[in-house]
Design a binder for this molecule. Structure first.
Ligand SMILES: O=C(O)CCC(=O)C(=O)O
Length: 281
């Protein structure tokens, strides 16, 4: 068992549904992933990866003029590990895996890596309250955690992560689409609940800090009222003891990143992520 989290941190996760791990990434790693993301945003990717670069809805629909810098128009890179070996390293960040293994066990499947932007100056680019577990057809959700790692200083003004402590004990709520919000960013009823907003906590984070949160925890991010970037790496991890509730698992592309698999449980998808250092660009 990894001992990277203290008993107090583990208890905090169990009670509140999240824990903050300061400086999970160092300055060199931050620089490496930021500069790689910038290169990708400026066109350094294979043609088949184009659909994985998703613009913020306001730029995609032409409601806002395209900024001079294409990186300022992006909402996210979806599973960049599937086309880029540098981004694929983010599935294996050692301090992140050490910490997550203290919470959901030593056998870990990583899935749904995203590099998410909050475009500078786009004040209404909010992502409403939701529970990630609403998207996941496997169980138990207590054995699934998300990680959110800003690579820029993140605060309430540029769209940092905001959570409702303790909400991971609630059931998964019905989620719905909201007009004007990025496609697929569904909202839980809590988005319209003043009490949920009052109870919520917004993190002030330094680059490289990591929030690990339970897959049922209600969370959201606000818009970016600043001209600063807010770029984050997000990743989800499931215990390899989780079992599928239905078919259609292949879209998740599980990667075994620690430990072993179990018969009848979630299985890694072969050859989805490019091998580390294994591709010429
Ligand atoms: O970083 C963001 O803006 C939102 C991330 C998030 O909550 C998600 O992708 O589920």
């Amino acid at each position: 068992m990894s001992t990277s989290l203290s008993t107090e941190q583990i208890d905090h996760y169990r009670e509140q549904g999240y824990v903050v791990v300061p400086q999970a990434l160092g300055p060199d790693e931050i620089k490496r992933y930021l500069s790689r993301a910038t290169a990708i945003a400026h066109g350094d990717y294979p043609p088949e990866a184009r659909r994985r670069l998703v613009k913020d809805i306001r730029f995609a629909k032409g409601d806002l003029p395209m900024p001079a810098d294409p990186e300022h128009a992006l909402w996210k890179m979806l599973n960049p590990d599937r086309f880029d070996p540098v981004m694929a390293e983010c599935l294996h960040l050692p301090r992140v895996l050490d910490a997550v293994s203290c919470l959901i066990g030593e056998d870990l499947l990583a899935f749904l890596l995203m590099f998410i932007y909050k475009p500078p100056g786009v004040e209404d680019a909010y992502h409403p309250f939701h529970q990630d577990g609403a998207y996941f057809p496997f169980e138990p959700l207590d054995q699934v955690a998300g990680v959110w790692i800003p690579l820029d200083p993140a605060d309430a003004d540029n769209g940092s992560l905001c959570v409702v402590p303790g909400s991971h004990r609630d059931a998964i709520q019905g989620h719905r689409a909201i007009q004007g919000v990025n496609a697929g960013a569904f909202a839980a009823p809590a988005e319209d609940d003043a009490e949920a907003h009052e109870k919520s906590v917004t993190f002030d984070l330094d680059p490289g800090d990591c929030v690990i949160f339970h897959s049922k925890l209600l969370h959201r991010t606000g818009g970016n009222t600043t001209q600063r970037h807010r770029r984050v790496i997000t990743l989800h991890l499931a215990s390899a003891r989780c079992t599928p509730k239905s078919g259609g698992m292949s879209e998740f592309g599980f990667n075994l990143v620690r430990g072993r698999t179990y018969e009848g449980c979630l299985q890694p998808a072969e050859h989805l992520s490019v091998p580390l250092g294994g591709q010429n660009r």
